[in-house]
Design a protein around this ligand. Structure first.
Ligand SMILES: Nc1ncnc2c1ncn2[C@@H]1O[C@H](COP(=O)(O)OP(=O)(O)OP(=O)(O)O)[C@@H](O)[C@H]1O
Ligand SMILES: [Mg+2]
Length: 307
């Protein structure tokens, strides 16, 4: 039995310009114990899919099951099997951190939960904030509390919707250590993130969503292996010639150009020299998940235009 199963899930929102198809027939399973990544650009439908999983939104078509429980038919059992860290920061400003966690435990019918609450607070670096009021916390700390809240009932399936947005480097590491520890103990994890290096490091399998459709789904290693070739990274203050600019990824002074093989590296360097582009700090590396993601999204875009 899969831990999570999406079968033909569609979601249509009414909108001024006619219906918006936020999800358009999404089907895949997540097996127990997997660390699964759901990636996609803004508006792809990730949060919509998670809201349906959480029972916060209704699918227009299709079925969703958690540990065998249909979320539409057997909501309570499905919800019990899930711990959800929402993308939006929602909290009650009147409670302390510990109170918020006790209330959440009560919601799942768990009375004496302080040992586990203490473990959660320690694991998420919140011990010294246990007595603080929710409204006195910084944004990153509130997000840690949301993670703790999602885990009070030790759910077999943990869903994290961009848990590291706005979170500092140190906490990201603490958080991933903690979540990876739970995953090793057998908890299934579903993660959405825009930090692709996190997804690459953590997720065994990855699905990519675009405009409500799955455009790629494979083991992370296979996705990475599919884009062979090397990536040239360097710094420059000069403008790239148009032919190279079209295929380069530029972030400030840093440019990255994908090449197919060693000949491609040589040809690109020759072209740079010939056009008078001065480069510094040249590195030649393998393509990473960000390169794979961009190439899949571009190709999916072309397919859509062709349709
Ligand atoms: N309650 C709603 N009513 C109408 N449209 C909605 C609603 N929620 C989401 N949408 C639309 O559905 C589409 C998918 O949104 P969704 O929030 O699922 O994207 P996402 O993949 O989570 O994006 P992001 O990376 O920005 O979080 C978008 O076009 C969005 O505008
Ligand atoms: Mg979202």
């Amino acid at each position: 039995m899969p831990a999570v199963s999406f079968q033909g899930v569609a979601k249509t929102y009414p909108s001024a310009k006619g219906a918006l198809r936020a999800l358009d027939g999404v089907s895949f399973d997540i097996e127990p114990g997997e660390f699964f990544g759901l990636l996609g650009p803004n508006g792809a439908g990730k949060t919509t899919l998670i809201s349906i999983l959480a029972g916060l939104a209704q699918a227009s078509e299709g079925r969703v099951k958690v540990m065998g429980h249909d979320v539409a038919i057997d909501f309570a059992a499905a919800r019990h099997a899930l711990g959800i860290v929402p993308q939006e920061l929602v909290f009650d400003p009147f409670f302390t951190v510990r109170e918020a966690l006790r209330i959440q435990s009560g919601y799942f019918g768990i009375r004496h939960n302080d040992d586990w609450i203490d473990e959660l607070l320690a694991g998420l670096g919140l011990t010294d904030k246990a007595g603080a009021n929710m409204r006195q916390l910084s944004g990153g700390m509130k997000r840690r509390v949301l993670v703790a809240q999602a885990l009070v009932h030790k759910p077999p399936v943990i869903v994290l919707d961009e848990p590291t947005a706005g979170v500092d480097v140190e906490l990201r590491q603490t958080l991933w250590q903690f979540i990876a520890g739970l995953n090793r103990k057998g908890h299934t994890v579903l993660l959405t993130t825009h930090y692709l290096e996190e997804a690459e490091a953590l997720c065994g399998r990855i699905a990519m969503l675009k405009s409500g459709r799955i455009v790629a789904l494979d083991r992370t290693a296979n996705l990475l292996a599919a884009t062979k070739g090397s990536m040239l990274r360097f710094k420059t203050d000069d403008a790239l010639p148009p032919d190279l600019a079209g295929q380069a990824r530029v972030t400030g002074r840093i440019a990255q150009i994908a090449t197919r093989d060693a000949n491609g590296v040589e040809a690109t360097l020759a072209r740079l020299r010939e056009s008078g582009v001065r480069i510094e700090d040249l590195e030649i590396g393998r393509a990473d998940l960000e390169d794979v993601f961009l190439s899949i999204m571009q190709n999916a875009g072309k397919a859509e235009v062709a349709r």
